[in-house]
Design a binder for this molecule. Structure first.
Ligand code: PLP
Length: 440
């Protein structure tokens, strides 16, 4: 098929995510390799968002492709009720990479159902029903995960599930109060959270779920002591602490899991994305030894036809082995330092950049109309003039592929990116933002 034919058929029959369908103009991609994508006309793009921050090892990874092929030759699918080698091996590999309090894994198809099952497990284990999560969070778009999410993608599933409660994020850049130190900020947020937990009746709260580091809502990194503070509140009231590592996990931040930066051990961890990098979709929920022991004599009321799909597990094993074999964490930390330095330089230079936040190879540039007032480039939840899509379109036309969320541009390249590629891509971003500076 020609590019034009693909686009025409795609638009005639596919419903696209999160968009009005009438005016779409999707890129037709016909080839992908490493950090690069090519469209039907042969134009090359750098994939500077790792697709949806999941393509950590880039495209065309032969270790993963071979593992899938070998597994496909043995068997493609067997019910989750059977014990099969790829599922057994991958579950062990996941637990081996988790803190020592973690016991077992329940595999899912992706991030949303990982969070839905994490919530169900917390509710079954605690026999409580309330779930607390934050406003600037995204935990998936299916009905339950959509209710856990706090940001505007939640609105489509409202009115919400009773007992799903939201609290404020430690979003220091836009906090109404200013703090002298991160510790002081943490004290403020913990006092408020503890107060809210008490008002809600702690005996009814099953879990507090948080993206360890907020991802699509702008790489909001918790202040010092914040996650330990949440851990303490959870311990005090017997509440499960669920860390959503769907985007943050699997090396993205320079550690295997983001919670390792903060020295906390969650009770439940949800994951997806980087465990297979999308070669085959897979997610999962890891639970503590205590929780897994509870289910020795209580029914685990969770199930999915494709839980631990053998092809996906084979991809996961190859992917985790690839991270180890290539010492990818060292590379992420090295490249992450360069990315952070470049973004700090850009923040100092550009009038349109209010804040940059980065950790590992994961970052957001927060665009503003005015640095002093911090007025965001587009109002929260709305972009009536389509300013952000225009900026993204310009970037893409220059070969820098990424996406935006609210007033943030996400920069999260595949973890295999080289220094030369990274510097080249950031030069494009720098040029485009120079044009944006002139616009405001
Ligand atoms: N949790 C987080 C933190 C995410 O970023 C996402 C997706 O971006 C999800 C959950 C949902 O994952 P999925 O799209 O695989 O359902």
């Amino acid at each position: 098929m020609t590019g034009a034919e693909i686009k025409e058929m795609d638009l005639a029959y596919n419903l696209h995510s999160w968009a009005k369908q009438g005016n779409l103009d999707p890129l037709v991609i016909t080839k992908a390799d490493g950090i690069y994508l090519w469209d039907a006309d042969g134009k090359q793009y750098m994939d500077m968002s790792s697709e949806l921050v999941n393509s950590n090892v880039g495209h065309g990874n032969q270790d993963i492709i071979q593992a899938i092929k070998e597994q496909a030759d043995k068997f493609c699918f067997l019910s989750p009720a059977f014990a099969v080698e790829p599922r057994a091996k991958l579950a062990k590999m996941v637990i081996d990479r988790m803190p020592d309090n973690m016991g077992k894994v329940f595999f899912t198809n992706g991030g949303a159902d990982a969070n839905e099952n994490a919530v169900k497990i917390a509710r079954l284990y605690t026999r409580r029903y309330k779930i607390m999560s934050r406003y600037r969070s995204y935990h998936g778009s299916s009905f339950g995960a959509g209710n856990v999410s706090g940001e505007p993608r939640r609105y489509a599933v409202e009115p919400g599930i009773p007992g799903f409660i939201k609290f404020f994020d430690p979003y220091l850049y836009r906090e109404a109060v200013s703090f002298d130190s991160e510790e002081e900020a943490t004290k403020f947020y913990m006092t408020k959270l503890r107060e809210q937990v008490i008002y809600e009746n702690p005996d009814t709260i099953a879990a507090i779920i948080l993206e360890t580091i907020t991802g699509s809502n702008g790489i909001i990194i918790p202040p010092k002591g914040y996650l330990q503070g949440v851990r303490k509140i959870c311990d005090e009231f017997g509440i499960m602490m669920i860390c959503d590592e769907v985007m943050a996990g699997w090396c993205r931040t320079g550690k295997m899991f983001a919670f390792e930066h903060f020295n906390v051990k969650p009770d439940i961890v949800s994951f997806a994305k980087g465990i297979t990098c999308g070669y085959i979709q897979l997610g999962g929920v890891a639970v503590s030894k205590k929780i897994s022991a509870f289910f020795d004599d209580h029914v685990l009321s969770c199930g999915l036809t494709y839980s631990g799909h053998p092809l996906a597990c084979a991809a996961g094993i190859a992917c985790l082995n690839y991270y180890d074999k290539t010492h990818i964490l060292d590379h992420v930390n090295e490249m992450g330092k360069i990315l952070g330095d470049i973004e700090e330089g850009m923040k100092a230079k550009h009038a349109c950049i209010g804040d940059v936040r980065y950790i590992g190879l994961w970052s957001a540039l927060e665009l503003v109309k005015d640095k002093t007032t911090k007025e965001p480039m587009v109002p929260f939840g709305r972009d009536p003039e389509g300013i952000m899509p225009k900026i993204i379109k310009t970037l893409i036309s220059k070969g820098f592929y990424t996406y935006s969320h609210e007033n943030m541009i996400i920069v999260a390249p595949p973890l295999i990116i080289t220094e030369e590629q990274l510097r080249k891509a950031m030069t494009i971003l720098d040029e485009v933002l120079t044009e944006v500076d002139k616009m405001i």
